[in-house]
Write a protein that binds this ligand. Structure first.
Ligand code: NAI
Ligand code: MG
Length: 342
C-alpha cells in the first residue's frame, strides 16, 4: 500500500468517531466544512470514549470497528483516557489492531501563531510498530535491565517507501533518513541501508541522511532546510514533538496513522475537557487531519480548497478562536471558512 489510498475500500463512505470533551463540537465543525467544500462523503458516525464506556461498557462499539473494517478510513476526534481503570491507550490499541504502521505528522509554520521560525514546512514519517517501542524488555538480574531494539527490513522498507511516495505525490524535493548508524551499526545500519535501496526507485527525489543528535540541533537552527523526514519509532516520537515546538505547540497539528488498507486521521491534541461545551474549541488541527484524509483518498483538489480557505481566515486574524488570541467561537470561525468555500 502507499499513502495514495489505493486500497480504500468503500467508495466515499468514511467512519467517524465522535469522542469526548470538545470531540463532538470539532467533529460537527469539520463535517460541515467537508460538506460545504463539496467533498461528497457519506459518514458512518459513532459515539466513542468515556461516555460510551459508561453507557454501554466499551470505549468503541462493535459496530464502530465493523464500520472501519468496511470503509478503511477513520476520522477520529479525541477521547478522554479514563483514569484509574487500567485502560490501555485507545490509540495504541487501534494502531496494533489495524497495523497502522506509518505515523505522519506535518509541521508547518502559520501566520496565526508567531514563533521564531516562520518558514518551517516539514513532514515526519515515524515507524509506528517496532524499535525500542516494541517494549521487549527483561530483567537479567535484579540490577540489570535489557531493552531489545528490533528493526526489520520489512517494517523499515514500508515506512521508507511511504515517505518517498508521499514526497512524489506532494511535490516535495527531499527525503532525509534520521538514524544513529554510527553507533548502532546493525539495527540503524539496516534502516539506513534500506533507505538508500528504496531511494534508487525515486531518482527525482533527493535522498540524504543525518545522525539523530545532529538532526535535533539542525532542526532548531535551520528548520527550513528539512522537507520529508523518515525515522524509527523512538527518534520519531522525540523529533515530532520537537517539530511541534518549532511551530508553536500542539494546537495546530494534524496527524495520520496509516496501514495496509486502513488509515486513521486525528488531531494531535486531546479532548480539552476544560473548554468542552463552551463553543470555543479550535477545530483547525482536526480540519487539517481531514484534509490529510482527503489527500489519502485522492481528492487533493478539495483538500487544497479547504487549506486555502483556512489559511485566509487565519492570516486575516479577525475570526480566530481564543487559543490563538482571537475572540471568535468555533461556529463563527467555521462560518468564515465556509463563506470562502461557497
Ligand atoms: P489537551 O490537548 O486535551 O489539552 C491541553 C490544553 O490545550 C488545554 O488547556 C486545552 O483547553 C487546550 N486545547 C487542546 N485542544 C484544543 C483545541 N482544539 N482548541 C482550543 N484549545 C485546545 O490535553 P490534556 O488536557 O492533557 O488531555 C485531556 C484528555 O485528552 C486526557 O484524557 C487525555 O488522555 C486525552 N488525550 C486524548 C488524545 C487522543 O484521543 N488522541 C490525545 C491526547 C490526550
Ligand atoms: Mg510522544
Amino acid at each position: 500500500m502507499t499513502v495514495s489510498g489505493m486500497n480504500k475500500k468503500s467508495g466515499n463512505t468514511i467512519t467517524v468517531f465522535k469522542g469526548d470533551g470538545i470531540g463532538p463540537e470539532i467533529t460537527d465543525a469539520v463535517l460541515s466544512v467537508l460538506d460545504a467544500a463539496g467533498a461528497g462523503l457519506t459518514y458512518e458516525i459513532f459515539s466513542v470514549g468515556e461516555k460510551e464506556y459508561e453507557e454501554h461498557g466499551a470505549l468503541i462499539p462493535e459496530e464502530g470497528f465493523q464500520s472501519f473494517e468496511r470503509t478503511g478510513v477513520l476520522l477520529k476526534s479525541p477521547i478522554t483516557t479514563p483514569v484509574g481503570k487500567g485502560f490501555r491507550s485507545l490509540n495504541v490499541m487501534l494502531r496494533k489492531k489495524y497495523d497502522l504502521y506509518a505515523n505522519i505528522r506535518p509541521a508547518k509554520s502559520n501566520q496565526a501563531v508567531k514563533t521564531p521560525f516562520p518558514n518551517v514546512d516539514l513532514v515526519i514519517f515515524r515507524e509506528n510498530t517496532e524499535d525500542l517501542y516494541a517494549g521487549v524488555e527483561e530483567m537479567v538480574d535484579a540490577d540489570t535491565a535489557h531493552s531489545i531494539k528490533i528493526i526489520t527490513r520489512k517494517c523499515s522498507e514500508r515506512i521508507v517507501r511511504d515517505a518517498f511516495d508521499y514526497a512524489v505525490k506532494q511535490g516535495r524535493k527531499k527525503v532525509t533518513c534520521i538514524h544513529k548508524a554510527n553507533i548502532m551499526k546493525l539495527s540503524d545500519g539496516l534502516f539506513r541501508d534500506v533507505f538508500y535501496e528504496v531511494a534508487k526507485d525515486y531518482p527525482e527525489i533527493e535522498a540524504d541522511d543525518k545522525i539523530v543528535d545532529n538532526a535535533a540541533m539542525q532542526m532548531v537552527m535551520n528548520p527550513e532546510k528539512f522537507d520529508v523526514m523518515v525515522m524509527e519509532n523512538l527518534y520519531g516520537d522525540i523529533l515530532s514533538d520537537l517539530s511541534s515546538g518549532l511551530i508553536g505547540g500542539l494546537g495546530l497539528l494534524p496527524s495520520s496513522n496509516i496501514g495496509n488498507g486502513y488509515a486513521m486521521f486525528e488531531a494531535v491534541h486531546g479532548s480539552a475537557p476544560d473548554i468542552a461545551g463552551k463553543g470555543i474549541a479550535n477545530p483547525t488541527a482536526f480540519l487539517w487531519s481531514a484534509c490529510m484524509m482527503l489527500e489519502y483518498m485522492g481528492d487533493t483538489e478539495c483538500a487544497a480548497r479547504i487549506r486555502r480557505a483556512v489559511d485566509e481566515v487565519l492570516t486575516e486574524g479577525t475570526h480566530i478562536t481564543p487559543d490563538l488570541g482571537g475572540t471568535a467561537g468555533t461556529k463563527e470561525y467555521v462560518d468564515e471558512i465556509i463563506k470562502r468555500l461557497l
